[in-house]
Design a protein around this ligand. Structure first.
Ligand SMILES: NC(=O)c1ccc[n+]([C@@H]2O[C@H](COP(=O)([O-])OP(=O)(O)OC[C@H]3O[C@@H](n4cnc5c(N)ncnc54)[C@H](OP(=O)(O)O)[C@@H]3O)[C@@H](O)[C@H]2O)c1
Length: 260
């Protein structure tokens, strides 16, 4: 009889899951019949050790809200991706019980951005270290973006509603810098806030869209709807745009690679 290896998602509440749909379809399409993927709504992480003990066929997990940070003390080791981002969204479980945490958002974003910058007409012949990026929002997803930008040696500024020495404010974006619109210095603008995500599709980050030109690239981590108000506003000004769908698929494939 074929041994079935179990994978799954822990988080709370879990109403719908891209990962479950993605892996069930993948296993079906690629005729992978020794793996299955389940949803595990786990409200309290103190129950995690018992949960692992009760599910001995588990070889890997995805981790979602609200456990991405608090899961860390329950793991034996962190991969450098998780260490740098400070959050875990993939766990590999070894047969001896050892559990290692990873962050696949970092890998997904980095790969997707590299492809974008190497193919986009405004950046493909440019040294990446000459680019400036503006990161909108300073939450968990921003940490993955920061780690990727650091690897690619792209200079960045973080825009946050919270005052801090390491961030700038949304008001700063409306000022003129050396008589030029502030946004002119930032070829890449990355939305890591949830603004504009379904069902609140009318929202978007408050930036001076009138300063956006055809030299800008707008990247939205949000993938539903396909074109957010942020991206639509940028496209109307002539900018290149990209949503978070490719990153979503790449991070899922990275999870699979980690579990192999
Ligand atoms: N495509 C993918 O594979 C992928 C992967 C991960 C995440 N995501 C998406 O990325 C988004 C962010 O995820 P996250 O986990 O980082 O979420 P989060 O922690 O809830 O929010 C990120 C940051 O956005 C800012 N923000 C939140 N609400 C805001 C508002 N009303 N106005 C202005 N700024 C606001 C906050 O930064 P400040 O307080 O500093 O302003 C917050 O820390 C979500 O939509 C998520 O679905 C996509």
């Amino acid at each position: 009889m074929t041994q079935i290896y179990e994978l799954g998602l822990i988080g709370f509440p879990i109403s719908h899951s891209f990962s479950e749909r993605y892996f069930k379809e993948k296993f079906l399409n690629e005729k992978i019949n020794n793996f299955d993927y389940f949803l595990f709504p786990l409200e309290n992480l103190e129950d995690f050790p018992v949960f692992i003990k009760n599910n001995p066929k588990l070889v890997g997990l995805n981790v979602t809200i609200p456990h991405k940070k608090n899961i860390i003390p329950f793991l034996d080791e962190l991969d450098s991706s998780a260490l740098r981002v400070g959050a875990v969204n993939v766990i590999k479980i070894f047969s001896n019980g050892k559990k290692i945490g990873y962050n696949s958002d970092y890998f997904g974003f980095k790969k997707s951005l590299e492809t974008l910058l190497h193919t986009n007409p405004t950046t493909k012949n440019t040294n990446l270290s000459s680019l400036n990026a503006l990161i909108l929002g300073n939450g968990g997803a921003a940490m993955a973006v920061i780690a990727a930008l650091q690897d690619l040696k792209i200079h960045y500024e973080i825009v946050s509603r919270q005052k801090s020495p390491n961030t700038i404010s949304y008001n700063d974006l409306t000022i003129l810098k050396h008589q030029k619109p502030f946004l002119q210095d930032f070829q890449l603008i990355i939305n890591t806030t949830p603004l504009g995500m379904y069902p609140h599709t009318e929202f978007c980050p408050q930036i001076p869209y009138e300063s956006i030109t055809n030299q800008h690239i707008l990247y939205d981590l949000v993938y539903n709807p396909e074109e957010t108000t942020f991206l639509k506003n940028g496209r109307k000004q002539g900018a290149s745009t990209k949503n978070g769908l490719e990153m979503l698929y790449l991070q899922a494939e990275k999870s699979w690679e980690i579990w192999q």
